[in-house]
Write a protein that binds this ligand. Sequence first.
Ligand SMILES: Cc1ncc(COP(=O)(O)O)c(C=O)c1O
Length: 375
Amino acid sequence: MSLRVDEVPLARPVLGEAEEHAVLEVLRSGQLSLGPRLPAFERAFAARLGVPHASAVSSGTAGLHLALRAAGVRDGDEVVTSPFSFVASANAAVFERARPVFADIDRRTLNLDPAAAEAAISERTAAILPVHIFGYPADLPAFERLGLPIVEDACEALGGVHGDGVPVGGRGHPAVFGFYANKQLTTGEGGMVTTGDAAVKERIDSERNQGRAPDMSWLDHDRLGFNYRLSDIACAIGLVQLRRLDEMLAGRARAAAAYREALAGIEGLELPCDDPAPPARERRGWFVFVVQLPRGVDRDGTIRALRNLGVQSKPYLPAIHLMSYYREAFGHREGEFPVCEDVAARSVALPFFPELTEGQVERVAAALRDVLGQA
Ligand SMILES: Cc1ncc(COP(=O)(O)O)c(C=O)c1O
């Protein structure tokens, strides 16, 4: 891929000398996996969220898989979830031969609509899997009232806070975070499951490590497990990233505020929903800046035109139920979830990372105005 020198990239991790130093220390220690950084990272992450337990895993997807297993999801069960998410949230149910049952989203927050989720519950529903999409907290109190096990997909939502002041991932349900390179905190690849339940942590710790219990001898396994471990190299990077998390979140919030100002007044353009006015304390953990283009605009043509002006962007996110695999495996078709389909057809992620400058934001905004004929 040939990039223009002055291209505004879509995402960029913030890594520095502290991470380099931490990685070198692990390499020199010789303990590259299952060493001391693993419990240290887990404890620091749990403390940050004010939750009793955390289990580090190799990816957000692995965390979702283990969290659904720990919630008791099995062959033939149903998991009610959002069709407007990254495909992994639905795939995790399919891994266990459960059926993801989609319900439409709320037009303001783009999260699973609690009323639609309630209507999708059947006697086979084993869990509800809300996704905190684009870092905006899902309405957990409403899902909690439905009385079913909950697994939270918080892969995009580190730093988010619910309206009652509880951090996303701090409510005690298994909540899964992702540390891929575009996330608020990155270890390259990786993930974390937080939980209030010691038994859930014990099961996830065992199943991520081939089904071995902590007190069992090497190569003895009393249950089915996987290799979903996170290396000590990754955990060392995670520990450093955690120390600078506030600064990185503040950078993203600054970039979001700059976009809000720079994009104001573009006719028909919809921006990410505002956090509600005080005293509500709901807060987005800024992850991406996704806009919905005015109705009738050619989205893919807009993305191509932005690229020609040196600005990366991408369609984000496509509706899961309309992906080929989901159409074929579960018989989905257009028109089932109209809000999700409308949003998915118009959404574009703009360049977004903590070190994005005001000048770059202005360049992106100018390019978008230009392409939309509103310069
Ligand atoms: C909403 C959502 N769920 C799940 C995942 C999967 O995480 P990972 O890529 O770490 O497996 C991601 C991130 O990519 C995501 O954005």
